[in-house]
Write a protein that binds this ligand. Structure first.
Ligand SMILES: Cc1cc2nc3c(=O)[nH]c(=O)nc-3n(C[C@H](O)[C@H](O)[C@H](O)COP(=O)(O)OP(=O)(O)OC[C@H]3O[C@@H](n4cnc5c(N)ncnc54)[C@H](O)[C@@H]3O)c2cc1C
Length: 405
């Protein structure tokens, strides 16, 4: 069962606990949910729709599906998902008073917004004598669990990866068999629009995709643009419909894939330590002056630069709310290093359009490409023509997306 910290519920059990879901929208291997179910007689799963979170349309639609799926799974276990709208801290406290909750369990997260939310929640819970426990379940390895000598986080991926891969993983937790909701709680309405998502949101779809994806040709296929042979699990990982610990523990998953999931942990610990990553160069003294024009940016965003691989990538993004990693590298490099447009504009465009848009991964990767971030070779540039010859030799990827105009 869950590795329940001694200070949570003071070890003696509680009558009622709230599980505040944020982007851990699953019942399997969910440490916050498992701990609450283990300790409390009654559990109130809560999701607060916060208008301050401005996710793009694909993510809003995916989220709607994921919440509906989560409510279904909780109902199958005798519980429900309570949905409220407003400030998550105020709504959690309001609900805690309503149901007499003694504890709140929540997944900790790394963005500036999430860190502030957690701090505010901790303060409010403290003031009302409610036990709050944050669980580091968004990543495989908690941010700050690995520290280099003389620093609080790793700035370079390779040494991080070397230490990360040696760590034992925590045990995967089963889904709770029963969730008992207190009587009389108004459960609230789910957001609509799930049918507009580019891929179905939710844990069921995530598990089905994980089950079908065996990764057997990932090593040679992950850069094959036309073959589209990556897992496409990124939106499910972003919304926590799938546990990264469970995913990499799956039998037969190649090390190259595990390494990619480690990049996700890497950027999470960078963002946890440097939440200004969204607007401030990570590397001190990095070149951060940009000459590109609005017209350059607009042509890039519309997939009309005249450079086939760049335009194909941008059109895939517009059509699917997703883009192959190789194309993300090439389009981001072209915007920043060929057109000289500020990486913040490109990153914001991606965030609005991606179904897997993720603060740590998106801004971390954009800064890496722009040369202001964690790349140890900040002046490298991806030549889009050579990249096309190498990763789209048949032209199949370019043809697929450029023919769509
Ligand atoms: C400019 C740019 C912006 C990006 N923005 C995002 C973003 O907003 N959200 C996002 O999840 N990924 C982002 N990535 C990383 C990567 O492109 C996607 O994670 C990947 O394409 C998702 O497809 P997949 O699930 O099929 O990947 P797979 O190749 O199947 O990889 C499995 C998982 O590993 C993780 N992963 C893979 N590559 C990376 C990477 N470079 N950095 C961090 N994690 C990685 C993802 O969670 C991914 O789902 C970005 C990359 C670049 C270059």
């Amino acid at each position: 069962m869950a590795d329940v910290p001694a200070d949570y519920g003071k070890g003696s059990g509680m009558d009622t606990a709230i599980v505040l879901f944020t982007r851990d929208l699953r019942v399997h291997d969910n440490p916050a949910l498992a701990a609450a179910c283990q300790l409390a007689r009654r559990v109130v799963p809560l999701f607060v729709r916060d208008r301050a979170v401005r996710a793009g349309d694909p993510r809003q639609a995916f989220l709607a599906g994921a919440l509906a799926d989560l409510r279904g799974s909780l109902r199958e276990r005798g519980g429900d998902l309570v949905v409220r709208e407003g400030d998550p801290v105020a709504e959690t406290l309001r609900l805690a008073r309503e149901v007499g909750a003694e504890g709140v369990a929540v997944a900790r997260d790394v963005s500036r917004f999430a860190q502030r939310r957690y701090d505010r929640l901790a303060e409010a819970c403290g003031a009302h004598r409610i036990a709050l426990k944050g669980f580091d379940s968004v990543t495989v390895v908690a941010p700050f669990a690995l520290r280099p000598a003389g620093g609080d986080h790793y700035k370079v991926f390779s040494p991080y990866w070397r230490r990360w891969r040696e760590l034992p993983h925590r045990a995967v937790l089963p889904a709770p068999s029963k969730v008992e909701l207190p009587a009389g709680v108004a459960v609230g309405r789910l957001p609509g629009g799930a049918d507009r998502a580019p891929v179905p949101g939710g844990e069921r779809a995530a598990r089905e995709r994980m089950r079908r994806w065996d990764g057997s040709d990932y090593v040679e296929g992950h850069d094959d643009l036309a073959g589209d042979r990556t897992s496409r699990l990124s939106p499910y990982l972003h919304f926590g419909c799938l546990s990264p610990v469970e995913l990499i523990g799956k039998a037969g998953v190649p090390e190259e894939f595990v390494r990619q999931v480690c990049w996700r942990d890497f950027y999470a610990q960078v963002c946890a330590a440097f939440p200004q990553i969204v607007d401030t160069p990570y590397r001190p003294g990095a070149h951060d002056e940009w000459r590109g024009s609005d017209a350059d940016f607009d042509r890039w965003a519309a997939g009309e630069t005249g450079v086939p691989l760049v335009d194909a990538g941008m059109r895939q993004l517009a059509a699917q709310g997703w883009m192959h990693n190789r194309a993300r590298l090439v389009t981001a490099s072209y915007l920043t290093k060929d057109l000289g447009v500020d990486w913040r504009r490109g990153a914001a465009h991606f965030m609005a359009a991606l179904v897997d848009g993720d603060v740590a991964n998106n801004y971390g990767n954009w800064q890496w490409v722009a040369g202001t971030g964690n790349d140890t070779r900040p002046y490298r540039k991806f030549n889009p023509h050579r990249q096309a010859e190498r990763y789209d030799p048949s032209g199949g990827y370019r043809q697929r997306w450029l023919d769509r105009v």
